[in-house]
Design a binder for this molecule. Structure first.
Ligand SMILES: NC(=O)c1ccc[n+]([C@@H]2O[C@H](COP(=O)([O-])OP(=O)(O)OC[C@H]3O[C@@H](n4cnc5c(N)ncnc54)[C@H](OP(=O)(O)O)[C@@H]3O)[C@@H](O)[C@H]2O)c1
Length: 224
C-alpha cells in the first residue's frame, strides 16, 4: 500500500487530506505534537477503513521530526507522498504574529524554523529514497501571504515566502526525476465561508495534484 505522511496533521486540512488519500488506497501517517490527539484522528480515519497511525513530533525540534520519520518507515516502509501543512492553532513557543514594523530577528527565526527548516528537514527524510525509486510527491501548504505580502502577516509572510521560494526551485530541480514538488498557498480562511472553504473540498486539490501533477504552484482561492 502506498503511504502519505502529513506533517502538521490536525482536525482541519490534515485530517481531510488523510481521508482523501486513504479513500484512494493510501496508508496515512500523521505527525503533530500531541500523541493523544493524533490517536483520535487516526481512529477517525480507521472508521473509514483507512490504515492510519500518529507519530508525535515537534517540527521545531528537528531530531524529533527525524525520529518520527524513522518510526514511520519502520512501520510502513517506503513513503510515497509527503504533505507539509503545520499551523500554530495551539501555542508554539517562540511563534508570534507581528506586523512588518515589529519584525525582528528574534520573532522571525522561529517562523523560519516552523516553515522552511521544518519542511526541509521533513523532505530530507524522504527525498533520496524517492529519487532512487524515480517516484514521489512533495506538497507544501502555506497561506496567501507567501505570495502576496500582507502587513498583518509581517513576520509570517517572509518565512512562508522562503518556503515557497525553495519549493519552486525544488520543483525545477526535480524535473525529469519522477518526483513532483508543488507549493499550495491557500487564499481562504478554512471552514469560514461556505463549501469552497471546507477542508474536505480543499483536500481534493491535493489528490488531483498527486494524481495529475503539473505546475510548481497552485493558489487555492474561492470563486468571487
Ligand atoms: N486555517 C486557515 O484558515 C488557513 C488559512 C490559510 C492557510 N492555511 C494553511 O493550512 C494548513 C493548516 O490547515 P488547518 O488550519 O486546517 O490545520 P490542521 O490541519 O487542522 O492542523 C494543523 C496542525 O499543525 C500542528 N502543529 C502546530 N505546530 C506544530 C509543531 N510545532 N510541530 C508539529 N505539528 C504542529 C497542530 O497540532 P499540535 O498543536 O497538536 O502540534 C495542528 O493541529 C497550513 O499549511 C496553513 O498555513 C490555513
Amino acid at each position: 500500500m502506498p503511504t502519505i505522511v502529513i506533517v502538521g496533521a490536525g482536525p482541519g486540512l490534515g485530517l481531510s487530506i488523510g481521508k482523501v488519500f486513504g479513500r484512494n488506497g493510501f496508508t496515512v501517517a500523521l505527525i503533530a505534537r500531541d500523541q493523544a490527539k493524533l490517536d483520535a484522528l487516526a481512529a477517525q480515519l480507521r472508521e473509514h477503513d483507512i490504515d492510519a497511525a500518529g507519530f508525535a513530533a515537534d517540527i521545531m525540534d528537528r531530531p524529533s521530526l527525524v525520529d518520527a520519520f524513522d518510526r514511520i518507515k519502520q512501520r510502513y516502509g517506503a513513503i510515497d507522498v509527503l504533505e507539509y501543512s503545520p499551523a500554530p492553532h495551539n501555542p508554539v513557543p517562540g511563534i508570534t504574529m507581528t506586523g512588518p514594523l515589529e519584525a525582528s530577528v528574534d520573532n522571525l527565526q522561529p517562523q523560519i524554523d516552523f516553515y522552511l527548516h521544518g519542511a526541509v528537514t521533513a523532505t530530507q527524510q524522504v527525498l533520496t529514497a524517492m529519487l532512487d525509486r524515480g517516484a514521489g510527491t512533495l506538497l507544501y501548504t502555506t497561506g496567501a501571504s507567501s505570495v502576496h505580502p500582507n502587513p498583518m502577516m509581517g513576520n509570517v509572510g517572509p518565512a512562508a515566502a522562503a518556503l515557497r521560494n525553495w519549493v519552486l526551485s525544488l520543483h525545477q530541480a526535480l524535473a525529469g526525476t519522477g518526483v513532483y514538488a508543488a507549493h499550495v498557498p491557500l487564499n481562504v480562511w478554512i471552514g469560514t465561508g461556505g463549501p469552497d472553504t471546507e477542508p474536505a473540498t480543499i483536500a481534493e486539490l491535493y489528490w488531483t495534484l498527486h494524481a495529475k501533477r503539473g505546475d510548481a504552484e497552485h493558489l487555492y482561492t474561492t470563486p468571487a
